[in-house]
Design a protein around this ligand. Sequence first.
Ligand code: NDP
Ligand code: 8X3
Length: 253
Amino acid sequence: MNKIILITGATSGFGKAIAEKFASEKWNCIITGRRADRLHEIADELRNKYEARVLSLVFDVQQKDEVFNQLTNLPDEWKNIDILVNNAGLALGRDSFDTASLQDWDTMIDTNVKGMYYVTKAVLPIMTARKQGHIFNIGSTAAKEVYANGNAYCASKHAVNALSQSMRIDLLPYHIKVTCINPGAADTEFSVVRFKGDEEKAKTVYSGYTPLYADDVADTIYYCANLPAHVCINDLVMTCTAQANSFYLHKEG
Ligand code: NDP
Ligand code: 8X3
């Protein structure tokens, strides 16, 4: 029987690429996101292109009741989730601590932190009962260094890092692997969302160098997911070659 992966935030960027990678390798994919049309279109694409089995679930990870309602009532053939990828997330704004919007801060914390632990708590009973599973949490270089005007986004990703460590310790008796993937700048819809639809501003983030692409992250997760049962990559920072960390990014031209 094919294995099952659940990927949150699969309507674009990393999540979509991860779904495509695993579907192409014959995994059964549960994909989630808020934009229903996009999500269902992607599900159809994966079915047509790879003959993959795909279940698409529309919910907002910030809504605790929705998360639990959807994930604790999965059809029997979708219950035994082998891999959970906590990927849904966003940055909103790049403003100084004194002027940044409280609403943006709440949304980032509610999505990146609380959404992650709601989804994990909803899925975990399946993994602990089976004494197996692999949880991937998408952190960031912003989980490692705090940069100017990064405030709540950096805080949310530091929390992802801390919660990943906590999960790893507490879930040891259940043989559950926990891998925190921390990418640097990657060309997805991330910056368009961060700059609230300002495409020009978003484009400048990725100009003058070759950034990471979503497929790079998907391939890395696929690699980590296919190591022998006794091996776990706990924490992985990946950047494009032009970037050293949150502070050093070499641009040309
Ligand atoms: P995208 O904007 O392309 O994708 C974000 C995904 O998250 C979308 O599918 C979106 O779906 C989903 N999402 C956002 N908010 C919610 C919500 N409340 N409920 C459910 N789904 C939600 O960005 P990326 O692919 O780049 O980002 C994926 C993750 O990677 C994020 O956690 C981000 O912080 C992190 N990251 C990104 C980096 C980058 O430079 N791109 C680098 C390091 C980390 P929908 O809108 O349909 O709900
Ligand atoms: C996204 C990368 O540099 O905008 O997590 O924080 S960065």
